[in-house]
Design a protein around this ligand. Structure first.
Ligand code: GAR
Length: 200
């Protein structure tokens, strides 16, 4: 299965995907971004993966922006889409093009702390156990069905940057693992509860 990745930032999760997937049966075939300056794009170019920037300002609205991204990703052969630090909501037109095939990584144990500044909010709240969620994308904000989660004890950690470093180590392992499982057809919905995904 071919994977398309959307990024907006540093791209450490993209790097983890490239390191784990390239050269195998399931490869990253395209990397799209809404940010021309995203450092993630250099990682894609260095791995010889086609890159395209879709600046929001070039499109009349999010629907036409996301439609252009979906067209490009499909033309590159992408079947699974991974949001690896893609910091924008996706329009329903995009989601409809890749049903149950869009994966997001979020730095919290959903449904706690969806949306932006998840780590800062959790630290401020004083949670003791925190973690990472990999989930399918639907039209809500981090509301899609959960594929995998991993937790850590925060102990005395209270600096969001330090917590993020710990979470990223988990993300870099968990995200490629889930994408490979999805590519192998190991993800299905529980017939008795469609919100529940059975993985493996
Ligand atoms: C990741 O830590 C990911 O959890 C977060 O952005 C970071 C991107 O890092 N995503 C979200 O907050 C999505 N709501 P990266 O650019 O180094 O992969």
């Amino acid at each position: 299965m071919n994977v398309g990745v959307l990024v907006s930032g540093r791209g450490s999760n993209l790097q983890a995907l490239l390191d784990r997937l390239q050269g195998g049966d399931c490869q990253v075939v395209a990397v799209g971004s809404n940010k021309a300056e995203a450092p993630a794009l250099r990682r894609a170019r260095e791995a010889d993966v086609p890159v395209r920037v879709f600046p929001h300002a070039d499109y009349a609205d999010r629907a036409s922006h996301d439609l252009a991204m979906a067209d490009w990703l499909q033309a590159r052969g992408a079947e699974i889409i991974v949001l690896a630090g893609y910091m924008a909501l996706l329009d329903s037109v995009f989601i409809g093009r890749f049903p149950d095939r869009i994966v997001n990584v979020h730095p919290s144990l959903l449904p706690a702390f969806p949306g932006v500044r998840a780590i800062e909010q959790a630290v401020e709240y004083g949670v003791k156990v925190f973690g990472v969620t990999v989930h399918l994308v639907d039209e809500g904000v981090d509301t899609g069905a959960i594929l995998a989660q991993r937790a850590i004890e925060l102990g005395t950690m209270s600096d969001p940057a330090e917590v993020h470093q710990h979470l990223q180590r988990i993300e870099h392992e968990l995200l490629p693992e889930v994408v490979l499982r999805m590519a192998r057809g190991e993800v299905r919905r529980d017939p008795d509860n469609p919100r529940r995904l059975l993985v493996g």
